[in-house]
Ligand binder design. Structure first.
Ligand code: NCD
Length: 288
């Protein structure tokens, strides 16, 4: 997909197919990359954003809205604030592909696929790496999905670094620990120590998810818990052995002063997202 886009090759493989994007939560990268992916494959896109311009504003249920889109499209991409929303939807339309574009503080599986692609492209491997997740590991759904995906590989060490109130949820930890991967090593702590920085190949930074806190005062206590800047980068491995990733949007957790550092790949990561989603759509449509 990447080669096709870079060479400007026109693609028609999704000709006649329609993708519905329904987003009940804000999105820039996920929403636009899905739309761009479908258009680049030669398909068409329908989009409902927010709740204002559809019958959602009249009180229509999620199930009925999706039943409607099922009539008009071949694939549905859904982002919803409720954990488990995609499973709920799949029950009412078992014959349509529903892709989870983020369900509250649950999961974000297509982001995990593009994150794996980014690691592979930038480090040349997925086995034998140390990945350090930093920030809001409780509500950060991209962390929940990527940690489970990377745990499938050999020789993986995962450091979960967060304030105590934003630790990785127990259910995710349990899945990781109960998995069959005996070479998986997991460490949980609240400081980004020098030892951790020295061993890290992938520093996966996340935004503290303000919108998921019950009280703004709780958010204020942890909002700038970790800031990655030049000083932090001085203690990291060299280019080629180490990358900094972020699903974006970033607030203050990555200083713009390091944007030009070759190890910072978060802007490439969002481009890789389109290639990955093109591949996923093609697979679901049965044309790849
Ligand atoms: C993330 C999300 O929505 O979960 N963004 C994304 O999809 N690229 C991360 C975030 O909002 O912090």
């Amino acid at each position: 997909m990447q080669k096709m886009v870079e060479k400007g090759i026109e693609c028609k493989i999704a000709n006649g197919k329609i993708l519905s994007c329904i987003f009940y939560e804000p999105s820039t990268r996920t929403s636009f990359s899905f739309q761009a992916s479908m258009l680049r494959l030669g398909g068409q896109v329908l989009r409902i954003s927010g709740t204002k311009n559809s019958s959602i504003s009249k009180g229509e249920s999620l199930e009925d809205t999706v039943r409607c889109l099922e009539c008009y499209s071949d694939i549905i991409v859904l982002r919803h604030p409720m954990k488990g929303a995609p499973e709920r939807v799949m029950r009412v339309c078992p014959n349509t592909s529903v892709m989870n574009a983020g369900d509250g503080s649950g999961e974000h599986p297509t982001q995990a696929m593009l994150d794996l692609f980014t690691i592979y492209k930038e480090l040349g491997k997925l086995d034998n790496i140390c990945i350090t997740f930093v920030g809001d590991l409780k509500y950060g759904r991209t962390v929940h999905s990527l940690s489970q995906a990377i745990a499938e590989y050999e020789g993986i060490k995962i450091n979960f670094v967060s304030p105590e109130i934003l630790q990785i949820p127990d259910d995710i930890l349990q899945v990781l620990v109960a998995g069959n991967n005996h070479s998986l090593d997991i460490v949980q702590c609240s400081e980004l120590t020098l030892d951790i920085l020295h061993e890290t190949n992938v520093l996966y930074v996340t935004r503290v998810q303000k919108e998921r806190f019950d009280h703004i005062s709780e958010y204020a206590k942890v909002k700038n818990c970790f800031v990655i800047n030049r000083n932090v980068m001085k203690n990291c491995k060299k280019a080629g052995d180490m990358i900094v990733m972020h699903p974006l949007p970033r607030i203050d957790e990555i200083s713009t002063e390091i944007d030009d550092d070759p190890r910072c790949v978060y802007f490439k990561q969002m481009k890789y997202g389109m290639y990955t989603r093109m591949a996923l759509l093609a697979l679901l449509l049965g044309i790849a």
